[in-house]
Design a binder for this molecule. Structure first.
Ligand SMILES: [Ca+2]
Length: 504
C-alpha cells in the first residue's frame, strides 16, 4: 500500500511537472519579446486577387510563400471603402464616425491616440515609407508628421537610425495597385488575358480584361516589393523577430468596388506571418476589421490599449493552433462610408452603414436620393472623374449603358439605390440581387438592421443619435478635384464637357 502511495506521489509530481512545462511553453507563446512589425500595404486591392486567395491568373509567389508560413484571413474587411478613412480607422482603432472629418476622403486627422505614437512612446522606432495615412492634410490639426510615423525614403535609412536591439514598426505603404495603372503594363506581365476571371458585375470583353490585367500587373509589382523586403530582413538578421503583415486598405477601383460597401470595396487581403509565435499554414474564417490592427499591435508590444480604441485585438487568433473559426464571437463586421471623392454638387457625400455576416450583407443608405457613384455624367467616385487616360471599364459601361447587356450592370454600379440592401452571400456572392424588398426576407432585414443600429447607437454614431456631424460640408483639402476635367479620351468617346463644377 505504502509503495503504491509513493508511486502515486511520483506520478502526481511527474504530471505537475509536465503541466508546468506545458504552461511555460504556452506562456512563451502568449508573451513573446516585443516584435518588430513590418506592415506592407497595397492600395486599392480586393481580397481575391492573389495566388494564395485562389486567383489562377495572377502570379504572386512572394506573398503566397509568406501565406504558407503564416495565417491567411478569409474574412478581413476595411472599416470604410476609401483610403483616408480606412487608414485613419486602422491607426486609431476606432470606427470612422468617431473620427469627425477623418471619415471623409481628403480630410484632416483628429488629435487622438494612434498606435504608432503609443509604440514610439514605449520605445519603438517607428517610420513610414510611401503613402501612409491619406490623402489629406494632417497639419491643419497640428500633426507634425503623418500619423503613420516619420517618413523615410527607404527601409535601410530607417533601420540605420534604430538603436541596437530597439524594436521597430515600419509601414511600407505602396501606391500599387491604385490607378492610374501603367499603360499596357499587362503586356510584359506574363498574364494570360483569357485566363482572367471577370466577375459578373462587370462586362466581359477584351477592354475589361486588359484593364484587369493592368491592375494585376501592379499587384505583381507589389509582390516583388514584398519579396525584396523579406530578403532584406533576412540579410539584416531581423527576420526571426519580425511579424510581417501584408494587406490592402480597401478594394479595387472598379465599378461597385472602391467607395462601395459591397465586398469588392471592403474585403481586403490579410496575411500575417511570424512562424516562431504564430502557428503557420492556417486559414482563418473569423471576421476581422482593419481597425483591429491597432489593439493587436499594441497588445503584442505589451502596451495598454486606450479605452477609446473600441476595436478588438486578434492576438488570440494569431497564437491559436487551430484554423477555421477561432473565436465564434467574431461573426460579423460593421462598416461605413461618408464622402469619398468630391463628385456631387455642393460636396455631398453618400452616407451608408453596413453589416456583413457569413450569410448576408445588409446596407443602409441614408440618402438614397443622391447618386451613389457621384453625379452624372461623370459618376466620379469610380475611376476619379476619368481624369486619367485609362478608365476603360467605366468608359465602356457608360458608352454602352443603354444596350440590353450593359444596362443592368450600369444600373448596379451607377444608378440610384434603395435605402436598404440585402444580399444573400451563398447564393449571390457578387451581391447583385437586392432582397431587402422581398417579403420572405423581412425578418432577416429586421434582425440585421437591429444589430447594426444597436452598435451604431452604442458607439454614438451621429447618423443614429443626435445631430449629424456635417460630413457634407467638411473641408475637402484638394481644390482641383472640385472642378474635374475629364480625359481627352472620355470627352471624345462620351461627348462630355471639358470641365465640370461641383462647387455650387
Ligand atoms: Ca486605397
Amino acid at each position: 500500500m505504502k509503495k503504491a502511495g509513493h508511486a502515486k506521489g511520483y506520478l502526481l509530481v511527474f504530471v505537475l511537472l509536465f503541466v508546468c512545462i506545458s504552461c511555460d511553453q504556452k506562456t512563451k507563446k502568449f508573451k513573446p519579446k516585443k516584435p518588430n512589425i513590418l506592415l506592407l500595404m497595397s492600395d486599392n486591392q480586393s481580397a481575391d486577387h492573389l495566388g494564395c486567395y485562389g486567383d489562377k491568373s495572377i502570379k504572386t509567389p512572394h506573398i503566397d510563400k509568406l501565406a504558407k508560413k503564416g495565417l491567411i484571413f478569409k474574412n478581413a474587411y476595411c472599416s470604410a471603402p476609401s483610403c483616408s478613412p480606412a487608414r485613419a480607422s486602422m491607426l486609431t482603432g476606432q470606427d470612422i464616425w468617431s473620427l469627425g472629418e477623418a471619415a471623409n476622403l481628403w480630410s484632416s486627422f483628429p488629435k487622438v491616440k494612434v498606435y504608432t505614437q503609443l509604440m514610439e512612446a514605449s520605445g519603438y522606432h517607428v517610420g513610414i515609407e510611401g503613402k501612409g495615412w491619406g490623402p489629406g492634410d494632417e497639419t491643419v490639426t497640428g500633426w507634425e508628421h503623418n500619423p503613420g510615423g516619420v517618413r523615410y525614403d527607404s527601409f535601410e535609412e530607417f533601420f540605420n537610425e534604430a538603436e541596437k536591439g530597439q524594436p521597430w514598426m515600419y509601414w511600407y505603404s505602396s501606391r500599387d495597385p491604385h490607378r492610374p495603372y501603367k499603360k499596357e503594363g499587362w503586356k510584359n506581365s506574363g498574364i494570360d488575358l483569357d485566363s482572367i476571371y471577370v466577375p459578373p458585375y462587370l462586362p466581359d470583353n477584351t477592354d475589361v480584361r486588359k484593364d484587369i490585367a493592368d491592375y494585376y500587373n501592379e499587384i505583381q509589382r507589389f509582390d516583388e516589393e514584398v519579396g525584396s523586403y523579406i530578403s532584406l530582413l533576412k540579410e539584416m538578421g531581423e527576420l526571426e523577430n519580425t511579424m510581417i503583415v501584408v494587406c490592402s486598405d480597401n478594394g479595387w477601383q472598379m465599378p461597385r468596388g472602391l467607395a462601395n460597401l459591397y465586398d469588392f470595396g471592403t474585403k481586403i487581403p490579410l496575411i500575417i506571418s511570424w512562424p516562431e509565435f504564430f502557428p503557420p499554414g492556417r486559414e482563418i474564417n473569423d471576421f476581422v476589421n482593419i481597425k483591429d490592427f491597432a489593439p493587436t499591435f499594441l497588445e503584442l508590444a505589451g502596451i495598454p490599449i486606450p479605452k477609446e480604441m473600441n476595436a478588438q485585438s486578434f492576438v488570440d487568433i494569431l497564437t491559436a493552433e487551430k484554423q477555421g473559426i477561432i473565436d465564434p464571437q467574431r461573426d460579423h463586421v460593421i462598416m461605413a462610408r461618408e464622402r469619398h471623392a468630391y463628385v456631387r454638387k455642393g460636396g455631398l457625400g453618400y452616407p451608408g452603414r453596413a453589416i456583413r455576416t457569413n450569410d448576408y450583407l445588409f446596407i443602409k443608405n441614408y440618402e438614397p436620393k443622391r447618386w451613389p457613384a457621384g453625379d452624372p455624367p461623370l459618376y466620379g467616385d469610380v475611376d476619379a472623374h476619368m481624369l486619367h487616360y485609362e478608365a476603360p471599364t467605366k468608359i465602356y459601361m457608360l458608352k454602352n449603358k443603354n444596350t440590353e447587356d450593359i444596362k443592368p450592370l450600369f444600373d448596379l454600379a451607377f444608378s440610384k439605390r434603395h435605402e436598404y440592401e440585402l444580399y444573400k452571400i451563398r447564393e449571390d456572392p457578387y451581391q447583385m440581387n437586392n432582397l431587402a424588398e422581398d417579403d420572405q426576407y423581412k425578418s432577416i432585414v429586421q434582425a440585421l438592421s437591429n444589430q447594426l443600429n444597436a452598435y451604431l447607437i452604442k458607439t454614438n454614431d451621429s447618423r443614429e443619435v443626435g445631430q449629424v456631424f456635417d460630413w457634407d460640408n467638411a473641408p475637402y483639402y484638394k481644390d482641383r478635384d472640385k472642378r474635374p476635367k475629364p480625359s481627352k479620351k472620355a470627352i471624345e468617346v462620351l461627348g462630355l464637357e471639358e470641365e465640370y463644377n461641383y462647387l455650387d
